[in-house]
Design a protein around this ligand. Structure first.
Ligand code: FAD
Length: 411
């Protein structure tokens, strides 16, 4: 928005320059990669050792599905690195006034909005603004203060996770195991050799898991088929968990007000979409409102277009993920797609684009893909296939040389 000429007050309740979101496993899908490039964030991520990641999913219905590597790659980077970088980029953009340590306390009016904010010393200040953007996460306090409820679909999955070093195989891919009804897990590579290992479970299992979270976490990791080898690995963080993650979508707003990121659409994290959807929705809002903010005309029309865009592009993903987060098993159509995607390059490409959220679930209704589902099914052993259309089933660690490394390599 500031790049398009707006004056932006960025209110952030956390005051530390290195603040970051801890409760996140932070795999960034290809769907968010173009926004990262456009923001100028990509070179900074490379400088800090972030990885470009491929994507692989294991299910009992056909084994591994590896998204073809010529699709755009995602990013592997911890929030500890990512959050300060993207915040610095924002606050150093001309036109942005940063208010660290200030918390939104009251919405005194909307269209134009009056926002009452307070800092740690209980000093208060009222900000008057043409457009008030709630970018304040899943439990959006701005939504609550402005009386804008979200539609909630229940979730039935929880996650425990921790950071590791020395995990084998060293992979440049996001690897996710979707195993029903027990849950599954994930392996996400990041900068500095840090691997995030995640295990999932159903809410009904909470009492069992709580009795011995660490033991349960390790046992489940050990049970993942073709899972990570931890014999030489060291866990370098405590085991963290998150139990409450309802799926929330906010379809309405107030005049002169919009929501982005989790405040607009918060999904169950099993498919790792949250950061990408936050980047995308922020980009859409900035683009769609740029003219209206510049000219002072028809902001409400622009905000209605933005809400339609979020609903049309992210709504189908939201429904698919909310449905799966109920803890249900894969339905027959999903099982068929998974089995065929493991062995058929055309289905793999189409299904892969959906998995990394570059296409919506409705794109799977393409007649070309559907006709291939009906072909006779080769035996599937659940072993990792080596598909002919892939150079290797697991990409090399796909980090691009940082400027420093380029200089050293050239020397
Ligand atoms: C267990 C778990 C695992 C996840 N794993 C992944 C994953 O692998 N990949 C992925 O893409 N996503 C994942 N997510 C989702 C991801 O964390 C979120 O989608 C993402 O952080 C949303 O970004 P956001 O900017 O909308 O909100 P947030 O990152 O929550 O940021 C909100 C900001 O608003 C500030 N704020 C809040 N209230 C106020 C207030 N009243 N006044 C001022 N400031 C305020 C906060 O301090 C914070 O800085 C996971 C989530 C969970 C819970």
């Amino acid at each position: 928005m500031a790049e398009a000429g707006a004056r932006v007050a960025l209110v952030e309740k956390r005051s530390k320059p290195d603040a970051y979101k801890v409760t996140c496993t932070h795999a960034i899908l290809p769907a968010g990669a173009a926004t990262i490039e456009r923001l100028g964030l990509a070179p900074l991520l490379y400088e800090h050792g972030a990885l470009r990641t491929g994507s692989e999913v294991w299910t009992p219905h056909g084994g591994w599905v590896t998204v073809p590597h010529d699709e755009q790659l995602g990013w592997g980077v911890t929030r500890q690195t990512f959050d300060p970088l993207i915040r610095d980029l924002a606050i150093n953009t001309p036109g942005v006034e940063f208010l660290p340590g200030w918390t939104a306390k009251q919405v005194l009016g909307t269209g134009p909005a009056l926002l009452d904010v307070e800092n740690r010393n209980r000093r208060r200040r009222v900000i008057s603004t043409t457009l008030l953007v709630g970018a304040d996460g899943r439990e959006s306090s701005l939504a609550r203060l402005a009386g804008v409820p979200g539609r909630v679909l229940p979730h039935n999955r929880c996650f425990y996770f921790a950071y590791w070093r020395g995990v084998q195989p060293k992979t440049g891919s996001i690897r996710v195991w979707l195993i029903d009804p027990i849950g599954g897990g994930a392996q996400f590579p990041n900068e500095d050799g840090l691997t995030m290992l995640v295990t999932g479970f159903r809410r009904a299992q909470i009492p069992q898991v709580r009795a011995d979270p660490e033991g349960w976490y390790l046992r489940r990791l050990g049970e993942l088929p073709d899972g990570p080898d931890l014999r030489e690995a060291e866990r370098v963080s405590k085991v963290m968990g998150k139990l409450e993650m309802p799926n929330v979508i906010r379809l309405r707003s107030r005049p002169g007000m919009a929501f982005v990121g989790d405040a607009a659409v918060a999904c169950d994290p099993v498919f790792g979409v949250g950061i990408s959807f936050a980047l995308l929705s922020g980009e859409w809002l900035a683009d769609i409102t740029a003219d209206a903010l510049g000219s002072g005309r028809n902001l409400e029309g622009a905000l209605a277009s933005y809400r339609r865009q979020v609903l049309g592009r992210l709504g189908p993903h939201y429904l698919q993920m909310a449905s799966y987060s109920s803890g249900r098993a894969f339905n027959p159509a999903e099982r068929l797609f998974l089995r065929r995607a493991a062995v058929d390059p055309v289905v793999r490409r189409g299904f892969g684009q959906f998995l990394v959220r570059q296409r919506g679930p409705l794109a799977l209704a393409n007649p070309r893909l559907l006709s291939r589902l009906l072909k006779p099914r080769p035996d599937s052993t659940g072993q990792r296939p080596v598909p002919a259309d892939l150079k290797s089933p697991q990409p090399e660690l796909a980090t691009e040389p940082t400027p420093d490394r380029r200089v050293k390599e050239a020397a």
